[in-house]
Write a protein that binds this ligand. Structure first.
Ligand SMILES: [Zn+2]
Length: 399
């Protein structure tokens, strides 16, 4: 009997994660109007009409209810892009009951998770180009670890537990980044903007990868697709800079976002779609990618993905599955009995695969109790089950 742990849950070809950066107790009013306009909210307005969440859920998440979203939360008062610039509102996540309630509401949504994205996001100076991203401001490992601790305490104060993972602000690690992440007990982290490999034709740079790997014991989750890379089918956007860029990539390099996603998919790699909560920054410039400008493109990308065999997942579920896959060995014994050996408890559902040779199979426990039936995908049979480690199971042919 050949039995393996599937690369991804349910024997999917690729996992899909929707990543939205910079949710915060912040808003940037761009209009003179008293009422909130779409795009002005980074999270402060909770579930109000035209808030970030109201817009995103109505215009994307309700249409594709199986999408799983990982939000990256800025915990303290967010710094402006330069000194003298101001948000319309910027506060710590524990400042207002409304925002605390909103974060807890998101946390209870089964398709949403909140992850860590620093305290202030960085430090502003008089010139925009001097802005230091948060991890670039740390002058020692100790300073980095202490600041993460401070941010994680805020996170816990509001949400009841620490974040299991997170992302560098601006994907900038500074000198002490990777050590500070490993020391702070994170399970997973987004270290790099890996989509740069596709965008800029970067080859043979070991820093970037479209697959999962470990960095000092922490799961490195890649960021692979820029949600503002427009499909050429977005003809509504034909006069925008982003559309011209897509056109340029196609004419000069024969690249399209569809080809990029297909390439990730055909290699069984991570399709992680990168976005921001709002287009508006304190310097008056548009922030890309953002859910508002990209909403049609996001609808297009998720409908493109809906025809594929993908696993919609949060970063934490993805990391848990990967760690279990790394840790488990399958011990096959006689009479089609087997057990999963692991030095850690398996607290998740794991998918096992076996080649399909015309016979249907079922899973039983060692006392002969029926548990579940194998399903087909490609030329394999697979079963997803909350297996316990070091416990005997049996596979029996269905007549
Ligand atoms: Zn950010």
């Amino acid at each position: 009997m050949i039995l393996k742990v599937a690369k991804w849950k349910d024997n999917a070809t690729s996992p899909v994660v929707f990543m939205v950066d910079d949710i915060a107790n912040v808003s940037v009013k761009n209009s003179k109007s008293d009422s909130l306009k779409i795009g002005e909210d980074w999270g402060e307005y909770g579930t109000d009409k035209n808030s970030m969440w109201d817009f995103l859920s109505k215009n994307l998440l309700k249409k594709f209810p199986y999408i799983k979203t990982t939000f990256f939360l800025v915990t303290d008062v967010r710094a402006p892009m330069a000194l003298g610039e101001n948000y319309s509102y910027t506060q710590r996540i524990d400042k207002d009951k409304k925002f605390i309630d909103f974060l807890n509401y998101l946390d209870r949504e089964s398709n949403v998770e909140l992850a860590y994205h620093g305290t202030t996001h960085g430090e502003a100076f008089s010139k925009h180009e001097d802005f230091l991203q948060e991890w670039e401001t740390f002058k020692s490992l100790n300073m980095a670890v202490n600041e993460i601790k401070r941010g994680q305490e805020l996170f816990k104060k509001v949400l009841g537990s620490y974040a299991t993972g997170g992302k560098y602000c601006g994907y900038k690690a500074g000198k002490f980044g990777d050590d500070s992440i490993a020391e702070s007990g994170f399970k997973w982290w987004c270290y790099h903007w890996d989509g740069i490999v596709w965008d800029r034709d970067i080859k043979n740079n070991r820093k970037y990868s479209y697959d999962l790997e470990l960095n000092k014991g922490v799961v490195d989750i890649p960021s692979t697709v820029d949600g503002s890379t427009l499909s050429l089918k977005m003809v509504k956007k034909i006069f925008t800079r982003k559309y011209l860029k897509s056109l340029y990539l196609y004419i000069i390099k024969r690249k399209t976002v569809e080809k990029h996603i297909n390439s990730l998919y055909n290699s069984g790699e991570v399709i992680s779609i990168q976005e921001h909560t709002s287009p508006y920054r304190t310097d008056g410039r548009m922030q890309y990618p953002n859910i508002v400008s990209d909403i049609d493109n996001l609808n297009y990308i998720f409908s493109f993905l809906s025809k594929k065999e993908v696993w919609y997942t949060t970063c934490t579920e993805l990391a848990d599955y990967y760690l279990a896959r790394l840790n488990v060995t399958i011990d096959i014994q006689k009479n089609s009995e087997f057990q999963l050996l692991s030095d850690k408890d398996l607290n998740i559902e794991l998918t096992l695969i076996t080649p399909f040779n015309g016979e249907e199979l079922s899973l039983y426990d060692s006392q002969g109790k029926f548990l579940s039936t194998f399903k087909h995908r490609k030329d394999e049979l697979y079963i997803t089950y909350p297996f316990k480690r070091n416990k005997k199971y049996r596979i029996i042919k269905i007549n």
